[in-house]
Structure formats: structure tokens, C-alpha cells
Design a protein around this ligand. Structure first.
Ligand SMILES: Nc1ncnc2c1ncn2[C@@H]1O[C@H](COP(=O)(O)OP(=O)(O)O)[C@@H](O)[C@H]1O
Ligand SMILES: [Mg+2]
Length: 237
């Protein structure tokens, strides 16, 4: 379980998070949505351990991992994350990028897991390419593959469908849902689109100006026209 308790985060004058408390259970998907600047990425960065809170605490699997004074390192949290920027290693091929997190496992197992992951994400024909030879949507899928292949017990996804073609979107959403159901992964999924968040069928949380404004029950009439699939963000690979 991930437990966030009274979390706030300030960047100078900007209050990015205001008194956030949440409990995220294994095997569940929590979709957090809200407009740009509402604090979604900051919340994920704090859970990942990339940033310290200004007040409050984070517990992962019962252990205290973040306070304003002390942070457990990101790689000791059992958390996989896919951030908005793909950040692939430019000097490594797609195969090497995805296999990187499995270093130390037997070679045949690495091969099998990478191949399965690339096939599930529809990028198995790109294994020998370098990041510079990929479209935005392809790079995004490699970035997802690189994290998912390690089977993290907790998974933080920041707008993972950005640049991904409409037809591929529901396959990726299904894959993410299956991780929660089949592996008991704790999934936190961030998006600025309510429709995308609602499609996941898990818990639904709305953030505005650094605060949670509603959770679980979407108020009647809340789905505005601007949250219907938007051409711009559905742009193809
Ligand atoms: N490193 C930073 N330094 C200063 N301000 C920041 C920093 N990171 C985020 N912010 C500010 O915090 C607020 C929330 O940002 P963010 O978490 O990125 O929102 P979202 O992901 O919902 O778009 C914004 O006002 C943003 O400008
Ligand atoms: Mg963001």
C-alpha cells in the first residue's frame, strides 16, 4: 500500500500540493486527473522519492519513506515510474533500453521478457532502432516497456498516452488494468483528461490547484466537452 499523509509541497511562492492524504491499495488503479498545473506530476515525484515534501509523510508497504527531513532513495521504494518525458538512453537500442532494468537475470529470461513486453506494446519490430529513430508515440511505448518489464509492485504513470495513436490507447489501458488484476500492482495513473481517467474503471480523483477536490464520486454533469477525446492529444505516432 502507498499511504500519503497530510502532504504539501511548496516551490518558493508556489504551493504545488496542499494537504493531500490518500491510501492506494495493492491491485487497484487510481486515476488522478486535473488541469495542467494542478500538482499531479509533483504528487508522483514525491511518491517516487525524487522530491521531499514540505510537510507530511509518505509510507510505502508500511515503511516511512518520505518526510521533510529524510527520503528513502527512489530505487529502494519498489516503485516503477513512467514520466512525461520518455528519457530513453540515446546510445542504446530499443532492446538494450528495455533490457536494462533486467540486468543480472539469466540471458534467456531477459530475452523472453523483453520480447513479450515489446510484442504487447506493438513495438517488437523496433528492437534494433535507436531512440533518435523513433516517433514520439514509439518512444513513449518503449519508455512504458522499460518500466513494465521489471514488474514493479507499484507503478506511477504520468500522462502515459501522450503522442500514442488512438488505436493503441485502449490496448495500453487494458494492459495497465491487467497489471492490477493479475499481479496485484498498485497503479497510480495521472492524466489531464477525465474521459481517459474514467475509462480505467478504478478509483477516480480530481485535483485542482494542488488539492483533491473530489474523490471516487464524479459529481453529476462534471464531464465537460473539453474532456472528451481531444484531437490534439490523440495525434498519431
Ligand atoms: N521544480 C519546480 N519549481 C517551481 N515550481 C514548480 C516546480 N515543479 C512544479 N512547479 C509548479 O507547481 C505547480 C504544479 O505543477 P505540476 O505538478 O507539474 O502540475 P501538473 O502535473 O498537474 O500539470 C505548477 O504551478 C508548477 O509551475
Ligand atoms: Mg504534469
Amino acid at each position: 500500500m502507498i499511504k500519503v499523509d497530510g502532504l504539501s509541497k511548496r516551490f518558493g511562492e508556489v504551493i504545488a500540493l496542499r494537504d493531500i492524504s490518500l491510501e492506494l491499495l495493492p491491485g487497484t488503479v487510481t486515476a488522478i486527473h486535473g488541469p495542467s498545473g494542478s500538482g499531479k506530476t509533483t504528487l508522483l515525484r514525491l511518491i517516487a522519492g525524487l522530491e521531499a515534501p514540505t510537510t507530511g509523510a509518505i509510507y510505502i508497504g508500511g515503511a516511512l519513506v518520505s518526510t521533510p527531513a529524510a527520503l528513502t532513495a527512489p530505487h529502494h521504494r519498489g516503485v516503477g515510474f513512467v514520466f512525461q518525458e520518455a528519457a530513453l538512453w540515446p546510445h542504446m537500442t530499443v532492446y538494450q533500453n528495455v533490457a536494462f532494468g533486467l540486468l543480472g537475470l539469466p540471458r534467456h529470461e531477459v530475452k523472453a521478457r523483453v520480447a513479450e513486453m515489446l510484442a504487447q506494446l506493438g513495438i517488437d519490430d523496433l528492437t534494433r532502432r535507436y531512440p533518435g529513430e523513433l516517433s514520439g508515440g514509439q518512444a513513449r511505448r518503449v519508455s512504458l516497456a522499460r518500466t513494465l518489464v521489471t514488474h514493479p509492485p507499484r507503478l506511477l504513470l504520468d500522462e502515459p498516452l501522450t503522442h500514442i495513436h488512438h488505436e493503441m490507447r485502449s490496448e495500453i489501458l487494458n494492459l495497465i488494468e491487467q497489471l492490477a488484476v493479475n499481479r496485484g500492482t498498485t497503479v497510480v495513473y495521472v492524466t489531464h483528461e477525465l474521459a481517459e481517467a474514467a475509462r480505467l474503471g478504478g478509483r477516480l480523483i480530481r485535483m485542482e490547484e494542488g488539492a483533491i477536490v473530489w474523490a471516487d464520486a464524479c459529481p453529476a454533469g462534471e464531464i465537460p466537452a473539453s474532456d472528451t477525446p481531444n484531437r490534439e492529444s490523440f495525434r498519431a505516432d
